[in-house]
Design a protein around this ligand. Structure first.
Ligand SMILES: *Cc1c(COP(=O)(O)O)cnc(C)c1O
Length: 227
């Protein structure tokens, strides 16, 4: 199956999940995750209507950015080393993986240096798996408060990766808790944050994520893998 057909299928599944939850499918953004995928395939996805590409490594993002350019939106979804911020600051529209103050400081500095602001999501490690990045949920509010000191950072929402399990009940429970956290933070109406995006759901769990309120799904294999 080709990229275009995969995308069609993913769109149909998103639509179905949204309708199950009485939601408008159009409020859900697709981030096509192209890690380890060649530029030619990424271009096929863009031809099929994809407008956001997510990369989890800086080097790969920069390389593809140079081939493809600004006709689509670039998101960095993976762990970001502080010393690599300078390579992506003028290329990326959204960083999904803000997880520490030292990174906030560097993003703030580099964005300021080019007279810009940088939009970010805070990554939360809901499943507490040691292999995953992200702050713990109990640290979220304190973390958000500290970000008031970094005016070039615009917090646009939250990101999480679902637990590594086939247990759909556990996955759903995790996403539900994350949605509650998102709503709680949003309800505070803090001036320095704008809670717009809830980034949760990948190939294996995006339908559950949508049913639980996700409005941004990050899909790699479901789009780029031959089936
Ligand atoms: C790879 C990756 C994805 C996409 O995963 P698939 O299972 O291929 O859909 C989503 N989010 C992050 C952070 C990733 O690293």
């Amino acid at each position: 199956m080709c990229v275009k057909e995969n995308i069609e299928q993913v769109r149909n599944r998103i639509k179905k999940a949204a309708l199950t939850a009485n939601r408008d499918p159009n409020e859900i953004s697709i981030v096509a995750v192209s890690k380890n995928i060649p530029t030619t395939k990424v271009l096929e996805a863009i031809d099929a209507g994809i407008t956001i590409i997510g990369e989890n490594r800086v080097q790969e993002l920069v390389k593809k950015y140079h081939n493809i350019g600004k006709k689509i939106s670039w998101h960095l979804i993976g762990p970001l080393q502080t010393n690599k911020v300078k390579y992506i600051i003028d290329k990326v529209d959204l960083v999904h993986s803000l997880d520490r103050i030292s990174l906030a400081r560097e993003l703030n500095k580099r964005a300021g240096a080019i007279g810009n602001k940088i939009q970010v999501l805070i990554q939360v490690n809901m499943s507490r798996e040691t292999t995953k990045s992200g702050i713990y949920e109990e640290d979220l509010f304190t973390f958000v408060e500290e970000l008031v000191n970094y005016p070039n950072i615009q917090v646009k929402g939250l990101m999480t990766i679902g637990p590594h399990t086939n247990d759909t009940v556990a996955i759903r429970e995790c996403f539900k808790r994350f949605r509650d956290l998102f709503e709680e933070l949003k309800a505070k109406e803090l001036d320095h944050i704008d809670m717009q995006y809830l980034s949760m759901g990948m190939t294996s769990d995006f339908e559950i994520a949508i049913e639980e309120g996700s409005n941004m799904v990050r899909i790699g294999r479901g789009i780029f893998k031959d089936k």
